[in-house]
Design a protein around this ligand. Structure first.
Ligand code: ADP
Length: 336
């Protein structure tokens, strides 16, 4: 698909360059011919003023006129040849250059299409998994001759679990799409401390279930932001810190300010992230190797991509520092 686009764009580039080159060549040819003509004309006039005595045959200025005409034609032919060679050279160089430029121009589009295709494939895969599980369970139950009320209840429970997963996935995908569309959010001056407290309340139970202790240093700093999306951002980060931490561990949330920046950091003492995974964790559907986790951690690998989009909408920056087995620290920096 992209090969034909490269060729088409190359042809457009070359056509524009060659059109300009031919127009300039014709103009150069005309101007140079006129100049040569005028120069030779002046020469001819001065020859015409010479005395013409002692010659037989055609008058000498007639001969000179012929010579000058021949010279003019020769110069014009030479100029034409040189311009033709020059245009061929421009055609070759511009074709190579244009192909290179076309590839460069289309590179971001190609990357976007590839990423979109990858996303569609990943999303379809994630949607297919719970659907396939539901289908298998229903088929097994339908074949079971002793299928009774209890079995039906179990089946419905299991189906409901898969439906909840599908619902979560579709909501997450919708959320991601909404932020990627660069929606216009309502901004106002909001306290970062309030946001953190609100986000924490939403995941507090999960932390309690794992007996995780929070030791925070919060500060009342106001930033121009969108409340709902910021709460969502910190729910993602705090929820991840809880998910990837062992029981009875500690999480620290700090709010600090320096010059015109406000910084929120969330530090856990959990499994950590491999250095080779770090560049990819913000990619959609990317999940680092889960084998280090004792228990299976649920997730689709979409949380951090949503977090990155929200930070982007606030012109902020998100950074991560992590050491395997020691823990991770996610920092979000906002301009005040
Ligand atoms: P999810 O948590 O649903 O898998 P995310 O996009 O939130 O998706 O995170 C992507 C990946 O980054 C996770 O699968 C996990 O491997 C890694 N990760 C994110 N946060 C942490 C953390 N606090 N500690 C360790 N690993 C993390």
């Amino acid at each position: 698909m992209f090969k034909s686009a490269y060729l088409k764009l190359t042809i457009y580039y070359v056509a524009i360059i060659m059109l300009l080159s031919v127009v300039f060549s014709v103009a150069i040819y005309q101007i140079s011919s006129n100049e040569i003509n005028r120069g030779l004309g002046r020469g001819m006039r001065s020859f015409g003023e010479l005395p013409q005595q002692g010659f037989s045959g055609p008058p000498p200025n007639q001969n000179i006129q012929n010579i000058i005409k021949a010279q003019l034609q020769e110069s014009q032919a030479k100029l034409k040849n040189e311009l033709v060679y020059l245009n061929i050279l421009i055609l070759i160089i511009s074709s190579l250059g244009s192909y290179f430029l076309a590839k460069k121009t289309l590179k971001p589009v190609k990357e976007m299409v590839e990423s979109q295709n990858r996303f569609t494939a990943d999303a379809s895969h994630e949607l297919k998994t719970p659907l396939a599980a539901m289908r298998t369970e229903i088929e097994v139950c339908l074949r079971d001759k002793k299928f009774d009320f209890n079995n039906a209840k179990k089946l419905l429970d299991s189906n409901l679990e898969e439906i909840t997963k599908l619902e979560l996935l579709s909501n997450t995908l919708l959320n991601l799409a909404r932020y990627q569309e660069q929606v216009k959010l309502d901004f106002s001056e909001i306290s970062l401390e309030e946001i953190i407290v609100e986000a924490f309340e939403k995941v507090e139970n999960k932390a309690k279930n794992k007996q995780i202790v929070f030791k925070n240093k919060l500060k009342n700093i106001l930033i121009n932001s969108n409340r709902q999306s910021l709460v969502e951002l910190f729910v993602i980060l705090i929820d991840n810190a809880i998910k990837y931490s062992p029981k009875n561990s500690e999480i620290n949330i700090n709010i600090s300010e320096e010059k015109n920046k406000a910084k929120v950091s969330i530090k856990d003492h959990g499994v950590g992230i491999k250095a080779s995974d770090l560049p990819y964790i913000f990619n959609r559907f990317y999940r680092a190797d889960q084998s280090r986790n004792k228990e299976k951690v649920d997730g689709y690998g979409l949380g951090l991509s949503i977090a990155k989009e929200i930070v982007g909408l606030h012109n902020g920056e998100i950074k991560v520092a992590s050491m395997i087995g020691k823990g991770s620290k996610f920092s979000v920096i906002f301009r005040k």
